[in-house]
Ligand binder design. Structure first.
Ligand SMILES: Cc1cc2nc3c(=O)[nH]c(=O)nc-3n(C[C@H](O)[C@H](O)[C@H](O)COP(=O)(O)OP(=O)(O)OC[C@H]3O[C@@H](n4cnc5c(N)ncnc54)[C@H](O)[C@@H]3O)c2cc1C
Length: 426
């Protein structure tokens, strides 16, 4: 198994435990239509089991109760967690809390860690991260209208944020706001920690979307529209320094994208298993579907694509572990758009082979498909990551002299004739 390249025996035993645990304890919770309080009650003893295994909030360093595993091992863990949308919740590393805990650990003061990070890690609080605005391209986060203005020791925040995951169930929100509109683009914004019950912070709705049926609050949290109407927070709500908003936001994204991509591989594998199972028994036009050339091509293509995306992601994780996030920029951008497409295409084929059953809610494929579509948008749309990859690659190339391609055959022939004149004359 390829995993053996990356996991020692002891760690493999942990992965095996996780895989079994997620399938037997968490998969059943997906289909019970539990209310949010019922879900919290159901997962409480499961969290204890995870803690007992030393796997709780494993994305953090040992000083914060994590294992300091590094990105390759975390990636392998996230692959298993990705199989169920509830598994990250049970393991203390669900988005956006995991990213928020990372930036609180990195940029928070001792008091901020005590007040917000500790309960977040203990699973006693939930959080949201508010950056995107409807009126500006979220893919260019140097542009936004939400402002924070100093008033004595306090800050007053005004603005409107859009598609803020879990804002409606969060205990606090980390908000990015402009603090100096005249500063260079990457130093214009700062981040603030705002308790959910602060006057002037209004959750307008959970936005009806592919994965949320109505413009109403979801008890599980969804993607909210949030208004900040003269929200007053004390000076110690500032996370990091004034002007650090962009830099801190970037910190959430590197390792986080490895985790996303490996979770997608877990989802893709779950869809792949459904596809292959269906191929073995569904009979049409004289054979099971697994005998049809098209279906066999889907299976082969899906296996190759999952393998490629998985290895690319583990490679990116390995580069982070060996050389740091900066050195892995191109690899991270590569897997973000490539992995999202693999996830989408494998689920799409799994739906196709199941026909109307695949489209129905009697299989998990419909909700998997909706979540897969979002993966091409959040954490930067595909196009932006392609752009990053191409820009970084093109840095290593320069225009040839006289714009003659390096491989231009007549030019090379001329040069070769000169060089080997003696040989040619003999
Ligand atoms: C499920 C989900 C959850 C989310 N959760 C959060 C959250 O918790 N907090 C938060 O702050 N935000 C969140 N977002 C918002 C997300 O970060 C933005 O949707 C994303 O950054 C894109 O911004 P946008 O929607 O404004 O699209 P735009 O920036 O307007 O982009 C629209 C399209 O323009 C094209 N495009 C953009 N730039 C380029 C380029 N350079 N080259 C070529 N084409 C380009 C792409 O096709 C892109 O899809 C979430 C989004 C989704 C879908």
């Amino acid at each position: 198994m390829i995993t053996e390249l990356f996991a020692d025996q002891e760690f493999q035993a942990k992965l095996d435990w996780m895989d079994e645990f997620v399938r037997t304890e968490i998969f059943p919770l997906e289909i019970l239509d539990l209310t949010w309080p019922q879900m919290l009650k159901a997962i409480a003893p499961l969290k204890e089991q995870v803690r007992a295994q030393g796997l709780w909030a494993a994305h953090l360093g040992p000083e914060l109760g994590g294992q300091g595993y590094g990105q390759v091992k975390l990636g392998l863990m996230h692959e298993i967690l990705g199989k169920s949308p509830y598994a990250p919740l049970v393991f203390g590393n669900q988005a956006p809390d995991s990213g928020n805990s990372e930036i609180l650990a990195e940029a928070g003061t001792a008091e901020q860690k005590e007040r917000w990070l500790k309960p977040l890690l203990a699973g006693e609080m939930y959080s949201a991260f508010a950056m995107t605005e409807l009126d500006h391209a979220g893919s260019d986060p140097t542009r936004m209208s939400t402002v924070a203005v100093k008033d004595g020791d306090d800050w007053i925040i005004n603005g409107r944020k859009w598609f803020i995951t879990n804002a409606s169930i969060a205990d606090f929100m980390i908000v990015v706001a402009v603090t100096d509109a005249e500063a260079p683009a990457h130093s214009r914004t700062s981040q603030f920690i705002i308790p959910a019950d602060t006057p002037g912070l209004n959750i307008l709705r959970d936005i009806a979307s592919l994965d949320h049926a109505e413009n109403a609050r979801s008890p599980y949290g969804s993607h909210s529209e949030v208004v900040f109407d003269n929200v007053r927070v004390p000076g110690d709500a500032l996370l990091g320094g004034v002007g650090d908003g962009f830099a801190i936001a970037q910190k959430r994204l590197g390792p986080g994208r490895i985790h996303h991509c490996m979770r997608w591989m877990g989802q893709a594998t779950r869809a792949f298993d459904m596809m292959c199972e269906r191929a073995t028994y569904r009979w049409a036009h004289g054979s099971v579907l697994g005998e049809k050339q098209t279906v066999r091509a889907w299976i082969a293509d899906s296996a190759a694509e999952i393998q490629a995306a998985r290895l690319m992601t583990l490679h990116a994780a390995w580069v982070i572990d060996q050389q740091g996030v900066k050195a892995a920029r191109k690899d991270i951008a590569l897997i973000k758009f490539f992995g999202a497409k693999v996830l989408h295409d494998v689920i799409d084929r799994a739906i196709q082979i199941h026909g109307s059953l695949g489209y129905s809610d009697d299989m998990p494929l419909a909700w998997m498909y909706k979540l897969a579509r979002a993966s091409r948008l959040y954490d930067g749309p595909d196009e932006v990551h392609r752009e990053t990859v191409a820009r970084l690659i093109l840095r290593d190339y320069t225009a040839p002299a006289d714009n003659t391609p390096t491989e231009h055959v007549p030019t090379r022939r001329e040069e070769a004739i000169r060089r080997f004149a003696e040989l040619l004359e003999s």
